[in-house]
Design a protein around this ligand. Structure first.
Ligand SMILES: NC(=O)c1ccc[n+]([C@@H]2O[C@H](COP(=O)([O-])OP(=O)(O)OC[C@H]3O[C@@H](n4cnc5c(N)ncnc54)[C@H](OP(=O)(O)O)[C@@H]3O)[C@@H](O)[C@H]2O)c1
Length: 257
């Protein structure tokens, strides 16, 4: 264009465009979806009480916004613990907003067929560990995907998340929202499988040594390894604050073990 004498302006709205294109570019370059980890927590960093109650941490307006944001993603994922404790629908429930594919990590295939998300007719993907039996009585809207395990301590295996992400990429899933709980998000962080975070902070305090924080797993040993939130954007919804940011996981020094 320049050579043809046409005036060319570049770099216009560069960072906005980069954000908009990030899932697409991640999919093209790495053949996997861009992963956003999302959690709602109290001022003291709890995502549920010690009894497992988490309804509700944030205000109505924040929850409305987060349901709408589900429509920004091709798929949404939770662990079986969240399905068992909260029986979530994981839908946008917002006119004009499409529902993402719902994915449940259920390595042992123990999901109960009466869960709400299995019975609304919309698609669900159940991810089990290779070699485990498919749970019985599942409706036709549920697809079961077997993924190989990665050995961890105590002779146990966990679902190989990198393998799962490539499988999702093969289905043209370009963006994945991981909505918890702590064990699931911990596995994503421990395997450097998180690109972005969406953190909802409510001005409430729960306390209690047994009340979970947002990220379980092994974590990092030293502050020097701490993952930084880049390009943070803060928003306000009623009394709550929301942080959206990119995370610098890949290629960083991780664990000293
Ligand atoms: N405030 C929030 O934003 C928020 C969001 C979601 C949930 N919650 C709360 O969090 C609590 C539930 O959280 P949770 O940590 O107990 O449960 P969870 O993360 O939803 O589910 C944990 C289970 O999922 C399976 N799993 C996850 N990742 C896996 C992997 N890579 N490989 C193999 N299995 C994997 C394991 O199943 P197995 O046990 O079969 O090994 C694991 O025990 C509830 O109290 C809920 O209310 C809060």
């Amino acid at each position: 264009m320049l050579a043809a004498g046409i005036e060319v302006k570049s770099g216009i709205l560069e960072s906005e465009c980069a954000k908009l294109l990030a899932p697409y570019l991640c999919h093209i370059r790495e053949r996997r979806p861009l992963v956003t980890a999302k959690w709602a927590m109290t001022l003291d960093g709890r995502i549920a009480s010690a009894t497992g109650d988490s309804k509700w941490i944030t205000s109505d307006s924040t929850r409305k916004w987060t349901r709408e944001r589900r429509g920004d993603h091709n798929a949404i994922l939770v662990g079986i613990g969240t399905v068992e404790s909260d029986d979530p629908q994981l839908t946008a429930r917002t006119p004009g907003v499409s529902d993402p594919l719902r994915i449940v990590l259920d390595p042992g295939g123990r999901i109960s067929a009466d869960r709400r998300l299995l019975n609304d007719g919309a698609p669900v993907m159940l991810v089990i560990l290779e070699g485990q039996s498919v749970p019985s009585g599942l409706p036709e809207s549920v697809e079961v995907l077997s993924i190989p395990g990665n050995p961890v301590e105590n002779g146990k295996s966990v679902i190989d998340l990198k393998h799962l992400l490539l499988k999702l990429g093969e289905r043209n899933i370009q963006s994945l929202l991981v909505e918890g709980g702590a064990v699931t998000i911990g596995h994503f962080f421990d395997t450097s499988c998180v690109d972005r975070c969406q953190v909802l902070i409510a001005p409430k305090v729960i306390g209690g040594a047994l009340a979970p924080g947002p990220i379980a797993g092994r974590g990092l040993d030293l502050m020097t390894f701490a993952i930084e939130a880049l390009d943070p954007k803060w928003s306000e919804f009623g009394p709550d604050r929301v942080l959206e940011a990119s995370l610098t996981l890949i290629g960083r020094g991780r664990l000293s073990r």
